[in-house]
Design a protein around this ligand. Structure first.
Ligand SMILES: Nc1ncnc2c1ncn2[C@@H]1O[C@H](COP(=O)(O)OP(=O)(O)O)[C@@H](O)[C@H]1O
Ligand SMILES: [Mg+2]
Length: 322
């Protein structure tokens, strides 16, 4: 069996508003092997949630997938009948823990009722079976069985996030996509949630996509990183290699602007402000290496050793010419 689990190819998504097309993702390509943790990093508005929603087929109008393929073990899930996708893929193969999802728990339902709802919608109707699965799942996330009879308001933010992760585990998915799971939490709770995600990855072998705006979070947890800017992949590669030697000027900026106990904060360089331009490289208005070509043309995704980088600095063909 191949180790490749998910392969996203040239994925583009746009939102059509007042006859205008807002491109949220453009030609996004990357892949994940079984058992890996991938961190998807980008500022607010870079297209992270859109990417997660495309993978679980939940882009709703005015949004539309305009191009590309999403291959799950070789099957293009974008062309699977939506009913079959919901039955065979959602929760069973791929689960999604949405952004700010602590608020998505229904306040008038006990925690266990959320488990019943999810299981019943997938045809598992025996309540004892569901209860046993729920018990196992909350144990996995280090919560006491008693939370199952609680109401959401009785739980802390960190506990609610654990409950949602437990819920995502209910039907034993192969891949879990977590959208900014730590953003609303204090630093100590953030770390405990990340440690929990790593435990799930290690003990259950679950493949993880973790979305974050914080490169420090991705560095802590992910083996590989995908850096998004304005809906495009800027850099993709191994976390360690990227952190030691970021190639894209945007990635360099992200790493330099992250406060770290290892770094002298006085040397932090925030990335300079800039609008996303209509033409050329989307990052050129903020880039300190900008040259004429960057203002005129869009760079491709070039290979640099084991890395993919969308920057003319790594266009070997061009370097040979000049
Ligand atoms: N439902 C929507 N309608 C219109 N535009 C949207 C919608 N959702 C997202 N967008 C636009 O798509 C872009 C990417 O958004 P999003 O995927 O939410 O980014 P992120 O999760 O990285 O903050 C943004 O420019 C945003 O304004
Ligand atoms: Mg988002």
């Amino acid at each position: 069996m191949t180790r490749l689990l998910l392969k996203v190819q040239d994925l583009s998504v746009a939102y059509f508003i007042h006859k205008q097309e807002i491109v949220a993702l453009k030609d996004v390509s990357f892949e994940i092997e079984r058992g890996e943790i991938l961190g998807i990093i980008g500022e607010s508005g870079s297209g992270k949630t859109t990417l997660a929603k495309a993978i679980i087929r939940s882009i709703k109008p005015p949004g539309k997938i305009t191009k590309g393929k999403i291959l799950y073990e070789g099957e293009d899930i974008l062309s699977v009948d939506i009913k079959r996708f919901k039955r065979e893929y959602l929760w069973k193969k791929i689960s999604y823990v949405p952004q700010a999802s602590q608020n998505s728990l229904n306040g008038v339902m006990r925690i266990i009722d959320h488990f019943y709802d999810t299981a019943i919608s997938h045809g598992i109707t025996d309540r004892n079976t569901i209860y046993d699965k729920a018990k196992e799942a909350v144990k996995m996330v280090s919560l006491d069985e008693r939370v199952l009879s609680s109401y959401p308001h009785e739980l802390s933010g960190g506990m609610k996030q654990r409950v949602l992760i437990a819920l995502s585990l209910l039907l034993d998915p192969e891949l879990i996509i977590l959208d900014e799971p730590t953003s609303a939490l204090d630093v100590a709770t953030q770390k405990s949630i990340l440690d929990l995600v790593m435990k799930i990855n290690k003990e259950l072998g679950t493949t993880i996509i973790l979305i974050t705006h914080d490169i420090g979070v991705a560095n802590y947890i992910a083996k590989k990183m995908l850096v998004l800017y304005a809906g495009q992949v800027m850099e993709f590669g191994n976390t360690e290699e990227i952190m030691n030697n970021p190639l894209h000027p945007y990635t360099q900026g992200l790493i330099n602007s992250v406060p770290s106990i290892y770094k002298d904060v006085s040397k932090l360089k925030p990335i300079s402000e800039g609008e996303i331009p209509l033409k050329g490289c989307p990052f050129h208005t903020r880039c300190s290496y900008v040259s004429e070509i960057c203002k005129m043309e869009e760079p491709g995704l070039y290979t640099a050793n084991t890395r993919l980088v969308r920057c003319f600095l790594y266009d070997k063909a061009r370097k040979n010419i000049s």
